[in-house]
Design a protein around this ligand. Structure first.
Ligand code: GUN
Ligand code: ZN
Length: 428
């Protein structure tokens, strides 16, 4: 066991943050030998109970849960910042040509290593990521995550139509590859598999049906896809499925809405779509920097909360513009302000932070496992330096409440604030 003394941030409930200003975080192995939180609270209250545990002191620092990124694309690392008229030309002109390169295992491994280092540099300790349609790209990312003991969920992209040579796959082979990858990687160490139909236009009905059958056969495997991101994309889906009630309902028809199904964007939804998300237990990955960059639209927070479906934050790199959870939280704040209701909402800093940690964990079906620092949670955390820049030091010194402190970090923070990222270790 060991203990860390610093200010400690954790969540006592949804969007309810607690900051122990002189806190202690005690970590030690669980029954399986994995490092988990054993206790959290005030230093004065806990120190006598853990008197023989060595304490590392981080004066002036904040220990907080590692961030959870609910949706991003590791092969789009080099696609960040590619301008386009909108989603479909962006896919055609930048994304698909780039993803072709991941047929190479060497190239995949090289990008996977950079990608994981970049997640850790930004304080992200769990990610649900797209690979490409090449199984090699999945092996490369899993292998790199395993090396770093990271909790990572990914999958081979399914795309057997309306996709160029080099990324388009074969229906039967793609489903066989998916099942083989599930058997090879799902549940190994901290790795999880996600069945990954790219989006409705890129998948034949046979491929979507096969994906749904695998989702039923492997109920604790994740599903990840995109929905209702862009108006041209939605018109395309309507032309492909004129009888469907909505874009989202196409996924329902193929058995692809269930708990652990995570849909990026969810912007252009009706209340019926929102109710369907709620009823099926599917979750939204809100991707504000991507939606602003590609001009896709604004996630409707008020509508989501009215329906009561699960959601959390995502960078959506490379449609998204930053790996930094601070940038994503700030963009989410802008989106709340500008949202589809007349007045917009002013999302609280505790709510924004929760969406990128414990709230995202809950949306992934991993509440109590990651995203928080309550006892039993895996010991993934970040050490934050609120004095990382002169302006941050000045601003955080004046913070008169937890909300003011968190808002200063959200608005002014970036990777410079992340002094250290700690990943829960096994067998120590
Ligand atoms: N829809 C289908 N593929 C993609 C992708 O790679 N990025 C985004 N943002 N939307 C998509
Ligand atoms: Zn995406």
């Amino acid at each position: 066991m060991k203990a860390l003394r610093a200010s400690v941030l954790y969540f006592s409930g949804p969007a309810q943050a607690v900051l122990e200003s002189d806190g202690l975080l005690v970590v030690g192995p669980n029954a399986q030998g994995r490092q988990v939180v054993q206790a959290v609270g005030s230093y004065a209250g806990l120190a006598p109970r853990f008197a023989d545990v060595p304490v590392e002191h981080f004066p002036g620092r904040i220990i907080a849960p590692g961030f959870v990124d609910m949706h991003l694309h590791y092969p789009q690392l080099d696609v960040i910042g590619s301008p386009a008229e909108g989603l479909l030309p962006w896919l055609e002109n930048y994304t698909f040509p780039h993803e072709k390169r991941f047929a190479s295992p060497e190239y995949s491994s090289q990008v996977a290593a950079f990608f994981i280092a970049e997640l850790l540099r930004n304080g992200v300790t769990t990610a649900l990521a797209f690979a490409t349609s090449h199984p090699e790209s999945v092996h490369a990312l899993f292998a790199e995550a395993q090396k770093n003991q990271l909790r990572l969920i990914t999958g081979k992209v399914l795309m057997d139509q309306h996709s160029p040579d080099g990324v388009r796959d074969d229906t039967g082979q793609s489903l066989a590859d998916t099942e083989a990858l599930i058997q090879r990687w799902h549940g190994v160490d901290r790795l999880g598999y996600a069945i990954t139909p790219r989006f409705v236009p890129s998948c034949s009905a046979a491929q979507l049906r096969g994906a749904g059958e695998l989702a039923a056969k492997y109920p604790d495997v994740w599903i990840q896809s995109h929905v209702a991101e862009n108006k041209d994309e939605i018109a395309w889906v309507r032309a492909l499925y004129p009888e469907a009630r909505s874009y989202l309902s196409v996924y329902e028809q193929f058995g692809l809405l269930r708990p652990r199904a995570v849909y990026a964007h969810c912007i252009h939804f009706s209340d019926e779509d929102r109710a369907l998300m709620r009823a099926t237990g599917a979750a939204a990955a809100v991707s504000p920097t991507s939606n602003l960059f590609l001009g896709s639209g604004f996630f409707d927070y008020v509508g989501a909360d009215r329906a009561g479906f699960q959601y959390g934050l995502a960078s959506d790199v490379g449609g998204g513009t930053s790996f930094s959870p601070f940038h994503t939280m700030l963009a989410a704040y802008y989106v709340g302000r500008e949202g589809q209701t007349k007045t917009g909402v002013s999302l609280s800093p505790q709510h924004l932070w929760w969406q990128h940690t414990a709230g995202a964990a809950r949306a992934l079906g991993l509440a109590g496992v990651i995203g928080n620092l309550l006892p039993g949670c895996e010991a993934d955390f970040v050490v934050l330096n609120p004095q990382a820049t002169p302006l941050l030091a000045r601003k955080t010194a004046q913070a008169a409440s937890l909300d003011e402190l968190l808002f200063a970090l959200i608005v002014l923070g970036d990777d410079r604030v992340i002094e250290k990222t700690v990943i829960s270790q096994a067998g120590s």
